[in-house]
Design a protein around this ligand. Structure first.
Ligand SMILES: *Cc1c(COP(=O)(O)O)cnc(C)c1O
Length: 227
């Protein structure tokens, strides 16, 4: 199947999942995760009408942004762990960052985005480690208030919400993680303060949407297996 055909399928999955829980399909943004895939794969998705793409390594995002600079309305979402020393290139090339996970990163990113003199503030989400797995990135739930405050202190950044990557164990654990993220949002000002929840991937996007996801990050189901 082509990337275009797969996109049609995934958009169908997103729409059905939204309708099934009484939500509108257009309230869930599909971020096509193109990590490890070629610029040509991104072009194929673009040709099929897609505009939002996700990358989780700064160098790879920069290289693809350069290779695809002619597609001026393409939006790169950074979804990987962001090192402070990469904040500058991400400020330049990314539309949004889903993975702010420290006060120092919020400050550095804010400063770098301000220096880019962008027309609009950068949408950012705070990544939360809701399952408490040791090797996982993201802030602990008890640190969330402090990080949100640090992002809000940066005029160049706009807090959009929370993001999580669930444990890779099973769908029941994924659901628990998604519910925990939604509960955390409620505890920190609700939809008004944090409109977006970035959660759900190829294997669990329906569950994430049922739990309130407004952004799903889908790689394999669109671009095929990664080698
Ligand atoms: C790779 C990745 C995805 C996409 O995962 P698939 O299972 O291929 O859909 C989503 N989110 C993050 C943070 C990723 O690194």
């Amino acid at each position: 199947m082509s990337v275009g055909q797969r996109l049609v399928e995934v958009r169908g999955r997103v729409a059905r999942a939204a309708i099934q829980c009484g939500r509108k399909p257009e309230d869930v943004e599909l971020v096509a995760v193109s990590k490890t895939k070629s610029p040509d794969a991104v072009r194929a998705a673009y040709a099929a009408g897609h505009r939002s793409f996700g990358e989780n390594y700064a160098q790879e995002l920069v290289a693809k942004a350069a290779a695809l600079a002619d597609l001026s309305d393409l939006r790169w979402h950074f979804i990987g762990h962001l090192q402070t020393n990469k904040a500058k290139v991400i400020a330049k090339h990314a539309y949004a960052v889903h993975t702010v996970d420290s006060v120092s990163l919020a400050r550095e990113l804010g400063k770098r985005v301000a220096a880019e003199l962008r027309r609009e503030s950068m949408p950012v989400l705070v990544e939360v480690n809701v399952s408490g797995e040791l090797q996982k990135s993201g802030v602990e739930p008890k640190e969330l208030g402090e990080i949100l405050e640090a992002v809000r202190a940066q005029p160049s950044l706009r807090v959009r919400g929370l993001m999580t990557v669930p444990p890779a164990t099973d769908l029941a654990d994924a659901r628990r993680a998604f519910e925990a993220l939604a509960d955390l949002r409620d505890a920190h000002g609700g939809r008004e303060a944090l409109p977006d929840l970035s959660m759900g991937m190829s294997g669990d996007l329906e569950i994430a949407i049922a739990c309130g996801a407004t952004m799903v990050r889908v790689g394999t189901a669109i671009f095929g297996e990664r080698l």
